[in-house]
Ligand binder design. Structure first.
Ligand code: PAF
Length: 281
């Protein structure tokens, strides 16, 4: 397993693999890898001859008051995880390598980013689309892997690939959870012990929403209200949003039908955590 820092090094390696007729999977990450990322790497290793994992805390997707500086980093641990999971190459560029002097080209989507996380993080998805597009152009993978925990990001990337005719298969992978239900996230590190205990309310509200859908509830408002009430019963939780939207358009729905995303963002102290469930009815 190799770690490289430059675009040229990635391209040279991928060129060699391509010459040998090998397929390539890409797992884009911001590092501080956990079992959620590991599940994406495993899937890529299963489906491709070679797997590239990018580890890049992308400044462009953080707002001015967000956690760019404090975002956790541990390349040594990341390298161990990638190697033990069967990954072949880590691409770990410096920001200057990705955004050279004079950089001024962006991928800016309308519609899908103007909901859920995009409302409180207005620059986020422009930064995500731009960096993912760059990573796709650098690695030119056959397949790329993204977690369903970031469901809006997954929907946006699928849309970008479709709209811009990118010849890449996007593979969404299920949320990986701790034993008590909390979705794995690099940002869980920000939680104090009390907040960590309190944060389990997220997966409990996901379970409640899913149960209501399974029992036939079709009124999105009723489901969201019940989930919000449960989250608000936890004094350390501050809701950013809980919403039910159409998974393909991110538009709010009244009736639970079709491809539905029920997503939430909730703050516990310094940590802003997201969780969701997706249903096709
Ligand atoms: O999901 C993430 O970790 C990031 O948004 C991504 C896709 C690696 C782009 O920086």
């Amino acid at each position: 397993m190799k770690i490289v820092k430059t675009v040229d090094e990635v391209r040279a390696q991928v060129k060699e693999w391509r010459k040998a007729g090998l397929s390539v999977g890409l797992v884009p990450t911001m590092g501080y890898l956990h079992e959620g990322h590991q599940s994406l790497i495993k899937k890529s290793v299963e489906q491709n001859d070679r797997t590239v994992v990018s580890v890049f805390v992308n400044p462009m997707q953080f707002g001015p008051t967000e956690d760019l500086e404090s975002y956790p980093r541990d390349l040594e641990a990341d390298a161990k995880l990638v190697e033990s999971t069967g990954g072949d190459l880590i691409f770990n560029p410096e920001p200057e390598e990705m955004y050279k002097d004079g950089f001024c080209s962006f991928v800016n989507m309308t519609g899908l980013p103007d909901a859920l996380c995009g409302l409180t993080r207005p620059v986020h998805f422009k930064g995500v689309c731009t960096v993912v597009n760059k990573l796709f152009n650098i690695v030119k993978p056959d397949r790329a892997y993204f977690g369903e925990k970031d469901a809006q990001q997954l929907a946006i990337i699928m849309r970008m690939v479709k709209d811009l005719n990118m010849d890449i298969e996007i593979v969404g992978c299920p949320i990986i959870r701790e034993a008590d239900g909390l979705a794995k996230s690099s940002r869980n590190i920000y939680l104090t012990p009390e907040e960590r205990k309190a944060a389990v309310i997220l997966s409990k509200s996901v379970a409640l929403g899913k149960k209501m859908v399974a029992e036939g509830e079709k009124d999105a408002k009723k489901i969201v209200t019940a989930m919000k009430e449960l989250i608000n019963s936890e004094p350390l939780a501050t809701i950013d949003y809980v919403e039910m939207v159409d998974m393909d358009t991110m538009k709010a729905i009244d009736e639970v039908k079709g491809h539905v995303l029920c997503a939430m963002a909730v703050k516990f102290g310094k940590a802003r955590l997201i969780d969701n469930f997706i249903e096709t009815l």
